[in-house]
Design a protein around this ligand. Structure first.
Ligand SMILES: [Zn+2]
Length: 324
């Protein structure tokens, strides 16, 4: 199956597939399936002692199927993303029912400004691992967004965000090209861990960023001529992390083999393996790509360990292989 077709199957993770295939690396190899952990003895999964997914969406209805899917992919533990307060409640239920497998992120979307503090405190008390994915469709310097960031900083709740290029255009917190508002937030809230995700964030992997909203809301593709703002912000702000999920994250890493590896070498202590899967029919090609980089000596074991579970454990606590 062509990677194009697989991408189309990923309804949510790859919602705006534009036909750009340039992230498919050379050698004619397709990175389109996870290796089966019960496969051959030299399967790459044997090199990953543990595998954590820092961005997944699961409902009550598909929980059993998703657990089976996680088993087949070798994912030991997953951080459940919430779209809003309602799905945060589902996350808490699922994490309580499957404490070995899930951690729950909370979220706020409709909580009034004056109740943000009490709401987030109660989420923290109930065991929220973080907040995400945060997608209130306002500019990052909006008082509501800043209030959420300030409280999450105090509560030590890492925030995974989805970014939009424009209010009212697509969901997500809003920044301009070049990410000036994100930089302001990183400076303003130095103890808040912000985890970057989505197209409008990863498009800034390369310096030649389109400025119109459609371009900013797409995956990047093709060689990276010069390092973009994502490199600069990761260099300057220790509180910026990235999840590698979805087409946007995997495309950034895979669109230019050398630049992607350079990014990983420089920032492997703040990168989180993640998929953004929403259903058991989804696959995520970046896993195999990184596994092959490891097998070919382009990625060190220590780097792989950090990305696949170590950084996750540093943020969210120790994990262990679930009992079957
Ligand atoms: Zn998501």
């Amino acid at each position: 199956m062509e990677i194009r077709d697989l991408c189309k199957r990923q309804r949510y993770a790859f919602p705006d597939f534009t036909g750009c295939l340039s992230f498919q690396p050379g050698q004619g190899k397709e990175y389109n399936v996870f290796h089966n952990p019960s496969g051959s003895p030299d399967d790459v999964f044997t090199r990953f002692q543990l595998l954590a997914d820092a961005h997944i969406h699961i409902t009550r209805e598909n929980c059993r199927a998703m657990l089976d899917h996680m088993d087949s992919l070798g994912i030991d533990r997953a951080l459940l993303m919430a779209f809003d307060e309602e799905s945060a409640e589902v996350n808490f239920d699922l994490a309580r029912e499957h404490p070995q497998r899930f951690l729950a992120d909370c979220n706020v979307s409709s909580t009034p400004f004056g109740r943000l503090e009490s709401r987030l405190y109660s989420y923290k008390e109930r065991g929220a691992a973080g907040l995400g994915e945060f997608m209130v469709n306002r500019r990052i310097d909006d008082p509501y967004i800043r209030r959420v960031f300030a409280i999450c900083q105090e509560l030590e709740l890492p925030v995974t965000f989805h970014m939009s290029p424009e209010a009212g255009y697509s969901y997500g917190i809003v920044d301009d090209a070049g990410l000036p508002l994100l930089e302001d937030a990183l400076r303003r809230f130095p103890r808040l861990i912000l985890i970057g995700h989505s197209q409008s964030f990863w498009i800034e992997f390369s310096a030649d960023v389109p400025h119109e909203r459609e371009g900013r809301n797409s995956w990047g593709c093709g060689p990276v001529a010069r390092e973009g703002r994502v490199f600069q912000l990761m260099d300057e702000y220790e509180n910026l992390w990235c999840d590698l999920s979805a087409g946007s994250g995997s495309c950034a890493i895979m669109r230019d083999h050398d630049r992607g590896l350079d990014f990983i070498h420089r920032f492997s202590d703040r990168l989180l393996f993640a998929t953004d899967m929403t259903g058991p029919d989804m696959v995520f090609p970046l896993h195999d790509y990184l596994a092959d980089c490891l097998a070919e000596g382009e990625l060190s074991q220590a780097e792989a360990d950090r990305i696949f579970h170590g950084n996750f454990e540093r943020l969210f606590g120790k994990i262990q292989r679930p009992e079957q």
